[in-house]
Each structure stands twice: as structure tokens, then as C-alpha cells.
Design a protein around this ligand. Structure first.
Ligand SMILES: Nc1ncnc2c1ncn2[C@@H]1O[C@H](COP(=O)(O)OP(=O)(O)O)[C@@H](O)[C@H]1O
Ligand SMILES: [Mg+2]
Length: 381
């Protein structure tokens, strides 16, 4: 996309507030208790697995669906029952929803025709929008004569040409192949930063969410489970669901034994006849735990360091055997099986050269106390 084709003096971005939103479909509570504020100019993402309520939330913000209870405010003004066409929004859906019998130009210009924008200005604005999304020269094609990526760009151009104060995007990249998806999300973030428009994005793809968003709201079964910057969520996940959903992690059950200095000592559950391994976590980061508490220890694959299996045993050192070695050049990903049978995923940037990295080799794993994350164990079902 060509973001040097600068837009001249667009409207100011919108603030969106959701207050205690609820929406049911029959017995399903699709959205419950949703309260949050999206700041002007944010790239805000609703992230969660299929069925968690993302589309329902977006449709309520768009005005396509009424909440059962709660309020939606734009810049402090209630719009809960305002029809979509009075909300000043642009929308892109997963399936693009282009008009098949209209050319690219007509598809993009349609919203301006509806708004009775004069002919000359319409042509100029459609040209600008097409240039922004990198589609100049294709204005006379029909959607059927475009690739998936190009159709997606038409949908995006159609959404931004009306200069909305709010852009709503529902899994807009999910119909594209992996390569194009990666390219388009880079372009999307550049375009959004350039336009400065408040953008609400819906996806189940954690990588997309981490890369694009100023903040992410993680939804689970219709509820907000955590709200924060990509870094907050990755480094301080609120629970096992968020830790797992954002990039996969290793989980080990254990019990807090007590405290020594700034270390909270956790004994990992051990199998029969296996010595208990101890991990130290930062006590100041985990003030909510005390001796006797059951915990789920979360360690990211990249936080584990592969070291030779020699030297004395100690805390934060787990012994095991290499089970799988995937050498990928820049990184090596492997699995290490602990004596009690648990398998940890390990990602190493610079594989150590002083030890054999073959399957079955005895190895040790080291983890810094700051990278040992303690979470409440998930409630048993
Ligand atoms: N029109 C509908 N009628 C009945 N159930 C619906 C309808 N729309 C959504 N749901 C249900 O509400 C829940 C949330 O759906 P949705 O918001 O589409 O989730 P997501 O977009 O996160 O995949 C799901 O259980 C879904 O089956
Ligand atoms: Mg959806």
C-alpha cells in the first residue's frame, strides 16, 4: 500500500466506550459484562477462540445488533440504538462482501454516491483510496477478476474512502493464504498508523493481534479475561488460558514451599521415585501467593536455556533428555522430556556448541527466576 498518498485533514478519531454490554442468543451468553474504553486512534483488538463473542461485540459496536443490556458511547455520547449508517464507521468483513456486478471503482465509490458527494470529488477520493491500498490501475475490473488479496484491498478502500471516524475489521485477513496474510498485516498496520483512525480488529490469531495492536482484549466464553498491551499480555498473562492462547507455553503443576529473600520457592509435582525439582520465582512479582498454595508454573519455550547435564543440581535447573531436535538455522526448537515424563518445549536462538544435540542425549534446562511465571491452576471442570 502506498501511504505517501497522504490524506488531507480527516476527521478526528473516535473514542469508543462499552458499558456493561450483554447479549444472548437463546441459551448462549455470547457477550457478558463487557466494559472497556477504546482510546482515539487506537488499534484495538478483540482476541479469542472461535465462538468467544468477538463478532457479536463488533456487530453491536457497528449498530448491526442491539445489546440486551448495557450502553455504547462514541466520544461520550450514547449510540446504543443509533442505526449503523449514522455511526460514521467503515467496516471490513472476512468475506469482503463486494458487489460482484460492480467494478472496483463502483464498489469503492458506492458509499460516496450514497452520501451525494459531487462527481469530481468522488473520483478524486476513490483514486486516493485505491492508491492508498495499492490498487491503482485496476479500477475497471470486476471482483471476479481480482485475487483474494486484491479483493480484500477493495474492501479496505471501500471502508476508508468515506473517511469514517471508526474502522471495524472482522478477521479481514483470514481468507488469504499465509504469505499474503503476513504481507497484508504489515501493510494494514502502516495504513492505520498513517490514517490515525480508531480501529477495532477481531481475530483468533494471536500473532496478528500481537503485531497489530496498541491493546488487546482477550475474550473467553463471552467474557473479558484480560485487557492490556501486547507486551503486558505476553509477559504477565492473567491466567493459564491467556498464557496458552498467546503463543503457547509450558505448564507445570507445583506447590509453593515458601520464600527465601526475593525468591518464592516452588516444588514441582514429581512422579513416583523422582526427585522433586525446585524452581525459584520472583517473590515481588508474585505477592498473591504464599506457602502451601497450588500453582501452575508457566515458562515460555524461549525462556529455557539448554545447558550440558553436568555440575551440581540446583534450583531452576531441570534435568531431562532431548526428545526432538528441529534445527532451523536461526533458532533450534526442541522438546525435552523430564524424568517424570513431562515434555517441555524449548526454543534456543544460539544452540550451544559444547554438547551433543542429538535425540536421547541427557541435557539440563536453566530458567531465570524472572521468567518463572506463577498462575492459579485452572479450576477443575
Ligand atoms: N445469530 C446467532 N444466533 C444464534 N447464536 C449465535 C448467533 N450469533 C452468534 N451466536 C453464538 O454466540 C456465540 C458467540 O459468537 P460470535 O460472536 O460469532 O463468536 P466469534 O466471532 O468470537 O467466533 C457463539 O456461541 C455463537 O454460536
Ligand atoms: Mg467471528
Amino acid at each position: 500500500m502506498n501511504v505517501t498518498a497522504a490524506r488531507t485533514g480527516g476527521p478526528s478519531p473516535l473514542e469508543v466506550e462499552l458499558r456493561d454490554l450483554h447479549r444472548r442468543f437463546g441459551d448462549t451468553a455470547a457477550v457478558r459484562d463487557l466494559t472497556l474504553t477504546i482510546g482515539p486512534g487506537e488499534f484495538f483488538t478483540f482476541l479469542g477462540p472461535s465462538g468467544c463473542g468477538k463478532t457479536t461485540t463488533l456487530r453491536m459496536i457497528a449498530g448491526l445488533l442491539l445489546p440486551d443490556a448495557g450502553e455504547i458511547l462514541f466520544d461520550g455520547r450514547p449510540v446504543t440504538t443509533t442505526p449503523p449508517w449514522r455511526r460514521d464507521i467503515g467496516m471490513v468483513f472476512q468475506n469482503y462482501a463486494l458487489w460482484p456486478h460492480m467494478t472496483v471503482f463502483e464498489n469503492v465509490g458506492f458509499g460516496l454516491v450514497e452520501r451525494r458527494v459531487p462527481r469530481d470529488e468522488l473520483r478524486r477520493r476513490v483514486d486516493d483510496a485505491l492508491r492508498l491500498v495499492g490498487l491503482e490501475g485496476l479500477e475497471h475490473r470486476l471482483p471476479s477478476q481480482l485475487s483474494g488479496g486484491q479483493q480484500q484491498r477493495v474492501a479496505l478502500a471501500r471502508a476508508i474512502v468515506v473517511r469514517p471516524r471508526l474502522l471495524l475489521l472482522d478477521e479481514p485477513l483470514s481468507n488469504l493464504d499465509a504469505r499474503l496474510r503476513v504481507q497484508m498485516r504489515a501493510e494494514l498496520v502502516t495504513l492505520q498508523r498513517h490514517l490515525g483512525i480508531t480501529t477495532i480488529y477481531v481475530t483468533h490469531d494471536q500473532e496478528e493481534a500481537l503485531m497489530l495492536s496498541t491493546r488487546i482484549a482477550v475474550l473467553h466464553q463471552g467474557r473479558l479475561v484480560q485487557l492490556g498491551t501486547p507486551r503486558d499480555l505476553y509477559e504477565h498473562p492473567a491466567d493459564v488460558f491467556v498464557a496458552d492462547f498467546l503463543g503457547g507455553a509450558n505448564f507445570l503443576p507445583g506447590t509453593v514451599r515458601g520464600r527465601t529473600g526475593d525468591a518464592l520457592v516452588v516444588a514441582l509435582d514429581a512422579g513416583n521415585g523422582v526427585a522433586t525439582a525446585e524452581l525459584h520465582a520472583s517473590a515481588s512479582r508474585h505477592t498473591e501467593f504464599e506457602a502451601g498454595d497450588r500453582v501452575t508454573v508457566c515458562v515460555r519455550p524461549e525462556a529455557l536455556e539448554l545447558v550440558p547435564d553436568r555440575g551440581p543440581a540446583g534450583p531452576n535447573l531441570l534435568r531431562g533428555r532431548l526428545r526432538l531436535v528441529n534445527y532451523l538455522g536461526a533458532v533450534m526448537s526442541s522438546e525435552v522430556e523430564l524424568p517424570e515424563g513431562r515434555v517441555l518445549r524449548v526454543q534456543v536462538v544460539r544452540p550451544p556448541t559444547d554438547m551433543p544435540l542429538v535425540e536421547g542425549a541427557p541435557v539440563a534446562l536453566r530458567v531465570a527466576p524472572e521468567a518463572v511465571l506463577l498462575l492459579r491452576p485452572p479450576a477443575s471442570p
